[in-house]
Ligand binder design. Structure first.
Ligand SMILES: C[S@@+](CC[C@H](N)C(=O)[O-])C[C@H]1O[C@@H](n2cnc3c(N)ncnc32)[C@H](O)[C@@H]1O
Length: 230
């Protein structure tokens, strides 16, 4: 299967739908009112109750497809807003026969706020989120209060968020953004990141930045207590 073999049923559709391992989430709320999250165990999604692990900003899916292959005891969900990259994840799902991997074609915060139930996710990964390196663009970075608040809501207690970046400024910002959330504790002592994580797994951007000699920073924040969102 090649990425272009995907027959796109949603095209310009502005309605939420799940089709052939892709969960299509348009940004516009007006179009999704009829959609109800069916539950991770539903046949449309994973069809079982195994723990769910999400990788946001999964790009072409190299990292998550390898993880799904190595660890069939979990259900793996990639979230990626660029359709051309979603197609590449889709072809990996089919070529590697990964019935424990699905991909959301949607924006991370929108998808999470609308559909991901509280305390329903075991672990979250964000590998090389877009760095928005210009100061005036930093407000677009994903790892900020509203998104972290959502991660706190969807994780099971004891679950964790791992963020990997080569961008020093983003690393410092995200550490500061997690600080007002006392329920999240860094798994790494001060300065709250590691530069080595054996067997973490590689991705397109991981290879790109390592090839340029950049240092990679791994951050991990563990949710130590259940949060009530009544
Ligand atoms: C730098 S790439 C990293 C891709 C992949 N994780 C890797 O390491 O090769 C960032 C990816 O995040 C996606 N992305 C950025 N912001 C997003 C958001 N708010 N929601 C979903 N995907 C997003 C981009 O389309 C892009 O594919």
């Amino acid at each position: 299967m090649k990425p272009k073999d995907l027959i796109v049923p949603f095209g310009n559709e502005r309605r939420v739908m799940i089709h052939d391992r892709i969960w299509h989430v348009p940004r516009y709320r007006a179009c999704d009112e009829a959609f109800v999250f069916p539950g991770w165990h539903s046949p449309e999604l994973f069809g079982n109750d195994k723990p769910v692990v999400i990788e946001y900003c999964c790009g072409n899916g190299t990292w998550i497809a390898a993880k799904a292959q190595q660890d069939p005891s979990c259900n793996w969900l990639g979230v990626e807003m660029r359709f051309e990259r979603v197609r590449k994840v889709w072809s990996k799902i089919h070529n590697l026969n990964l019935d424990n991997l699905m991909v959301v074609n949607g924006e991370a915060l929108v998808t999470t706020q609308r559909y991901i139930p509280a305390q329903s996710v075991q672990d979250v990964y964000v590998n090389f989120p877009d760095p928005w390196p210009k100061k005036r663009h930093a407000k677009h970075r994903l790892l900020q209060g509203p998104f972290i608040n959502e991660l706190q809501r969807i994780l099971h207690p004891g679950g964790a968020v791992t963020v990997v970046t080569d961008d020093v400024d983003y690393s410092e910002q995200l550490i500061a953004e997690f600080a007002p959330f006392p329920s999240f504790q860094s798994a790494f002592a001060d300065p709250f990141y590691a530069t080595e994580w054996p067997n973490y797994g590689g991705s397109y951007f991981d290879s790109l930045w390592r090839g340029q000699g950049k240092t990679i920073r791994y951050h991990r924040f563990v949710l130590t207590a259940a949060i009530s969102h009544d």
